[in-house]
Write a protein that binds this ligand. Structure first.
Ligand code: ATP
Ligand code: MG
Length: 467
C-alpha cells in the first residue's frame, strides 16, 4: 500500500524545518540587524547630545582645556566602545578620542548627507576602512552651529550582536522542531497506524474476506469506527453464511422431488414399470408435484414478507369465528387420524384488529403442524384468553414434541427436526418461518413451549379491538 498520507506529513514536517531555517537566516536576520542599528543609534545620539551641549560647547566657549575635553571624550569612548570626534563646519577634526590617522580634516565633509536622520551607515567620507554607524549632534552656541559631535561604531560589532540573537532563534527553532517530531510520533501512533489498520481491513472486506478483525480498542472516534467496522464485518459474514445455507436448502428441496419424478417417468417410459403398476407411481409423481407446488408458493409468500413495510389489510374480525372456520377445514384429516379438537374460547365473540387472511394462514400452519405431529386418538386444544387489551391464542397438542436443542431453530426457513422428518415427508420447513413473519409484521409476539415426547404449545398475541 502506498503510504501517501504519511509521506505528505513527513514532507510537511521537513518543509516546516527548512522554511523555518530560511526565515530566520534572511527575514529575522535583517529585522534584528535593523533593530540593533536603530537602538544603538538612538543610544549613541543621546550621548552625542550630552557631549555637544556640555563638554564641546564649554570647550568652544573657552571654559575647558583641550586636554580636559579629550580626556573626558576618551573615557566616554572606552565606556561606549565607540569612536568620538568633534568636527568643525568645514570638516576639520578638532577633538578625537582615538588614534585618528586623518587627524587633520575630512575631505568633502558635508553634514547634509545625513538628510533628516541623525545617523547613517557607511565609511563616513572614506575615513573608515569598513562599514560604520555614524551618529551626529550639532554644537550650538548663541543659535549658531559651530561644529558637530560625531560618534562612530563599526557595523561589524552590531552584526556580531545580531548573530548572538540569531543563535538563540536557531536554538528555539530546533526545540520547536524536536517538539513537532514528538507530536508527529504521537500522531503516527494514535492516528496514522489505526487508520492504516482500518484501511487494510476495509480492503479485505471489499475482497469478501470478513474474517479480518481490526485490533483497535481505544475509547475515541477511531476506536468507535473500528468497533463499528468489526460489527459490520461480522454481520456481513453471517448474512453471507445465511444466504449460502438458504440456497443450499432450496436447491436440495427442489432437487429431491425432481429426481424422483424424473426417475419414475423414465421407468414408466422404458417399460421398467409394468402397465398395471403405473397408477401407483403416477400417484407418487402427483404427490411430489404437489410438494414442489407448495414449496414454490411458500417461498413466494416468504419473499413478500422479506420486503420492509409489507402492506397489511387490517380489519376488525371475530377471532373465535376464524378459529372455528379453520378447524372445520381440517375435519377430513382429523377423522382419518381420530384426532379431536377442544376449543376453549373466551366470550361469544372476541374482536381483534389484524389482517384476517394472514391470521387464518397462521392458524392453518399451526394446526397443520399440531395434527401432523400428534399421535392418533389424541386431542388438540385451542384456547383464547383476553388480557391487557390483547388476545392470547394457544394451539396445544400432545404429540411428539420438539427436542430442546431444536426449539430455537424451528423458526428458520427449511428447518425440520429429526423427529418430524420420518413422520412428515411432505413438509418443507417453511410453515413456521411464514408464521413468524406474519406475527412480526403485526408487531406481535409468538412463543413455543414444548417437551419432547409430551407435546407442544404455540401461543401468539393479537390486539383486541378498542371499544
Ligand atoms: P410445512 O409447514 O411447510 O409443511 P413443516 O411443518 O415441516 O413444513 P414448519 O411448520 O416450519 O415446517 O415446522 C418446522 C419444524 O418444527 C417441523 O418440521 C417440526 O420438526 C417442528 N414442529 C413444528 N410444530 C411442531 C409440533 N406441533 N410438534 C412437534 N414438532 C413441531
Ligand atoms: Mg408446518
Amino acid at each position: 500500500m502506498k503510504r501517501t498520507l504519511y509521506l505528505k506529513l513527513l514532507i510537511g514536517y521537513a518543509a516546516f524545518g527548512i522554511l523555518g531555517f530560511i526565515t530566520i537566516a534572511t527575514f529575522t536576520s535583517q529585522l534584528a540587524l535593523n533593530y540593533i542599528k536603530r537602538d544603538t543609534a538612538s543610544n549613541l545620539y543621546r550621548e552625542a547630545n550630552l557631549l555637544a551641549s556640555n563638554y564641546a560647547s564649554n570647550y568652544y566657549r573657552g571654559n575647558m582645556t583641550l586636554e580636559d575635553v579629550t580626556a573626558h571624550f576618551q573615557a566616554v569612548s572606552t565606556y561606549l566602545d565607540a569612536n568620538i570626534q568633534v568636527v568643525s563646519n568645514n570638516g576639520k577634526i578638532m577633538i578625537h578620542s582615538g588614534q585618528e590617522s586623518s587627524a587633520n580634516g575630512i575631505e568633502d565633509f558635508d553634514i547634509t548627507v545625513f538628510g533628516s536622520s541623525y545617523y547613517q551607515t557607511g565609511t563616513f567620507f572614506g575615513t573608515f576602512p569598513e562599514e560604520t554607524l555614524s551618529v551626529f549632534s550639532p554644537i550650538t552656541i548663541n543659535y549658531k552651529v559651530r561644529g558637530y559631535v560625531l560618534i562612530h561604531k563599526p557595523v561589524r560589532e552590531l552584526a556580531a550582536l545580531k548573530d548572538g540573537f540569531l543563535n538563540i532563534s536557531y536554538m528555539t527553532l530546533a526545540v520547536i522542531f524536536l517538539c513537532a517530531f514528538v507530536v508527529l510520533g504521537l500522531f503516527t501512533y494514535t492516528v496514522y497506524i489505526p487508520i492504516w489498520k482500518i484501511t487494510r481491513a476495509a480492503k479485505d472486506y471489499s475482497e469478501g474476506n470478513f474474517e479480518t478483525q481490526i485490533d483497535i480498542h481505544t475509547n475515541d472516534e477511531i476506536g468507535y469506527l473500528a468497533a463499528s467496522l468489526n460489527y459490520m464485518a461480522a454481520e456481513l459474514s453471517t448474512l453471507e453464511e445465511d444466504q449460502r445455507k438458504f440456497i443450499a436448502n432450496v436447491s436440495h428441496d427442489f432437487r429431491s422431488p425432481l429426481t424422483s419424478i424424473k426417475g419414475y417417468v423414465e421407468a414408466i417410459m422404458d417399460g421398467t414399470i409394468p402397465h398395471e403398476m403405473q397408477d401407483k407411481y403416477l400417484n407418487i409423481i402427483l404427490f411430489e408435484t404437489e410438494r414442489l407446488n407448495k414449496l414454490t408458493q411458500s417461498m413466494l409468500e416468504l419473499n413478500k414478507y422479506g420486503v420492509k413495510g409489507t402492506m397489511l389489510d387490517i380489519t376488525s374480525f371475530d377471532i373465535n369465528n376464524t378459529i372455528k372456520l379453520v378447524v372445520q377445514s381440517f375435519e377430513g384429516i382429523c377423522q382419518e387420524k381420530r384426532i379431536s379438537f377442544e376449543l376453549i374460547l373466551t366470550g361469544e365473540t372476541s374482536f381483534v384488529c389484524a389482517d384476517m387472511s394472514k391470521i387464518q394462514q397462521v392458524l392453518y400452519n399451526l394446526i397443520d403442524n399440531a395434527i401432523k405431529f400428534s399421535h392418533p386418538d389424541s386431542a388438540i386444544t385451542i384456547e383464547t384468553t383476553e388480557k391487557n387489551e390483547k388476545v392470547f391464542i394457544s394451539v396445544k397438542d400432545t404429540g411428539i414434541g420438539i427436542p430442546k436443542e431444536s426449539i430455537k431453530k424451528i423458526w428458520e426457513r427449511f428447518y425440520k427436526t429429526d423427529l418430524s422428518r420420518g413422520k412428515d415427508k411432505r413438509g418443507t420447513g417453511l410453515g413456521l418461518a411464514i408464521v413468524k413473519e406474519i406475527i412480526s409484521v403485526h408487531n406481535e409476539n409468538i412463543n413455543v413451549i414444548s417437551t419432547e415426547g409430551v407435546g407442544t404449545e404455540f401461543i401468539f398475541t393479537l390486539p383486541l379491538k378498542k371499544e
